[in-house]
Design a protein around this ligand. Structure first.
Ligand code: NI
Length: 267
């Protein structure tokens, strides 16, 4: 399968579960007079279990010419992450939850669901958008997991898919990140405000990011159906380093707050 097909499949699944994503995409594209939107990166999530870990996900991209370019550690969220690049394509950002640092309850629940993943399902690229390859957990287990790790809870109910796409503001004609955020808010898009609407800084981190709050999706738990936060859209702007090169990596302090876009919001 080509990269184009992989990205198309990831995108189709991502936008069809989230009507807001398509609306935002079309709003921005219309303002840009139809100039196609370029993605800065696509983010994927997984567990560090040998059957589905970061390396299992990364292999599809490495086989198609991507190279590993950065490694990250999110201490508090118990995540490892790596990013991969290939010229002319969006960066791929993959994170994995360190199960050994989670409670026995999360470990056992996750082992239980991953045992249901057929080994063969993980060797084809459509694994990347295969969703939940297990019987849905109960809403009670979801709540319990979420209080310890929103990330783990999200993965248990949504499985393998793009967590978010990110519009590259560097490639937009009409907007800087700040004016894009204003434009979206004027169009009644709800932004993630954790750590400020715009995370990062032009002169210190050379990377600014903003994201919407995740839209809700109805999940059929084993006991009830309930709306929970699903996927969000991100926007990023990269700046030149003192060397004159564009900053190409990721900033853990920014991303830490961006991860919280899929947290359940306190009313
Ligand atoms: Ni991101």
């Amino acid at each position: 399968m080509t990269l184009e097909k992989i990205f198309k499949n990831l995108w189709t699944q991502y936008e069809c579960h989230n009507p807001l994503i398509k609306q935002i995409h079309d709003l921005v594209e219309t303002k840009e007079l139809g100039k196609p939107i370029v993605n800065d990166h696509i983010a994927l999530r997984t567990f560090n279990h040998p059957r589905v870990n970061l390396e299992v996900i990364a292999k599809f991209f490495l086989d198609l010419g991507y190279e590993e370019k950065g490694q990250y550690n999110f201490e508090e969220k118990m995540l490892n992450a790596k990013h991969y690049e290939k010229e002319g394509y969006p960066r791929i950002f993959i994170s994995e939850l360190r199960l050994e640092e989670c409670s026995p309850f999360i470990r056992e629940t996750v082992e239980g669901i991953l045992e249901q993943v057929p080994l063969m399902a993980t060797v084809r690229p459509n694994f990347l958008w295969s969703g939940c390859l297990w019987d849905m957990i109960s809403s009670e287990d979801y709540e319990c997991i979420r209080h310890e790790s929103e990330y783990a809870a999200w993965l248990c109910v949504f499985g393998f898919r793009a967590n978010h796409f990110t519009i590259s503001v560097n490639h937009l004609r009409c907007f800087e990140l700040a004016s894009l955020v204003r434009f979206l808010k004027n169009n009644e898009v709800l932004m993630n405000k954790v750590g400020g609407e715009i995370k990062g800084d032009k002169r210190i981190t050379y990377f600014e990011q903003a994201s919407t709050l995740a839209c809700n999706d109805v999940v059929d738990f084993s006991d009830v159906s309930m709306e929970v936060p699903c996927c969000y859209y991100e926007f990023s702007q990269r700046y030149e380093l003192p060397s004159g090169e564009l900053f190409n990596g990721f900033v853990t302090t920014n991303a830490d707050k961006i991860f919280e876009s899929t947290d359940v919001q306190d009313k």
